[in-house]
Write a protein that binds this ligand. Structure first.
Ligand code: PEP
Length: 258
């Protein structure tokens, strides 16, 4: 069975004091769940708060992730953060979030480079894919998402592929309050994402890779997604900024064992 994984993407929110408050509350709320190791929990704060969050979760099983990183290892890249810098504080890194693709011109090619650079530092990449509203309305989600998977996993070995976590995040569902349906997300993940992985690596790898759903997940709707056979957890934006809401979403991961 694939271990469910719930990750909170804080995006460009929080400040040092509010970040510490949130993590302290989550640590209390999630102590028994984190200790049980049944659900993997990851917090992805902005870069500058990684050291503080890493310090606060020390001794718990709550993981830490960055929201991005550069693929070069060092040098004259003003403003960028290298994979080894992320690895000093984090175990995970979100790669290719649609906001990075949309506002910062990331491409399947740069996503692939970042994945390889992350793996070289033993970081676990959370690789985001998902279609725009127009693509969805034209009925081209399958071909789009398959293309993104092929681009992201280009030249990765089967062993490397197994280490990745994919997040299926339809762009039209991110931050809009209009989540996909559980069945709809499950179909894209089961048919398009695991289908593309089967083409690349065969059935065993396709079934081993964990795939989250992301897009307006809340404590109210998480059950609809978590009970789906091909969905292994959630990447949560807005709802990860509230301790009670995010804790409830994490606890819903236990539904996988019912
Ligand atoms: C996200 O940022 O990856 C996301 C899914 O955001 P939200 O949950 O706010 O839709």
């Amino acid at each position: 069975m694939r271990t469910p994984i719930i990750a909170g993407n804080w995006k460009m929110n929080m400040q040092l004091a509010t970040a510490a408050e949130l993590v302290t509350a989550l640590k209390n709320d999630l102590a028994p769940l984190a200790a049980s190791n049944q659900v993997e929990i990851v917090l992805c704060p902005p870069f500058v708060y990684l050291p503080r969050v890493a310090e606060l979760v020390q001794g718990t099983r709550i993981g830490v992730g960055a929201q991005n990183m550069y693929f070069e290892s060092k040098g004259a890249f003003t403003g960028e953060i290298a994979p080894a810098m992320v690895a000093d504080f984090a175990q995970y890194v979100i790669i290719g979030h649609s906001e990075r693709r949309q506002y910062f011109h990331e491409t399947d090619e740069s996503v692939n480079k970042k994945i390889r650079a992350a793996l070289a530092q033993n970081l676990k990449p959370i690789v985001c894919v998902g279609e725009a509203l127009e693509t969805y309305e034209m009925g081209e989600t399958d071909i789009w998402v398959r293309g993104q998977i092929h681009g992201a996993f280009k030249d990765l070995t089967a062993a490397e592929a197994r280490a990745l976590i994919v997040a299926y995040e339809p762009i039209w569902a991110i931050g809009t309050g209009k989540a996909a349906t559980g069945a709809g997300a499950n179909a894209v993940i089961g048919i398009s994402i695991r289908g593309a992985l089967t083409d690349l690596y065969g059935e065993a790898v396709a079934q081993a890779v964990r795939v989250q759903y992301g897009g307006s997940v809340t404590a109210k709707n998480i059950d609809e997604f978590i009970v789906q056979p091909d969905i292994d957890g959630a990447l949560v934006g807005g709802a990860s900024l509230k301790a009670d809401e995010f804790s409830a979403i994490c606890r819903a991961g236990l539904k996988k064992f019912e």
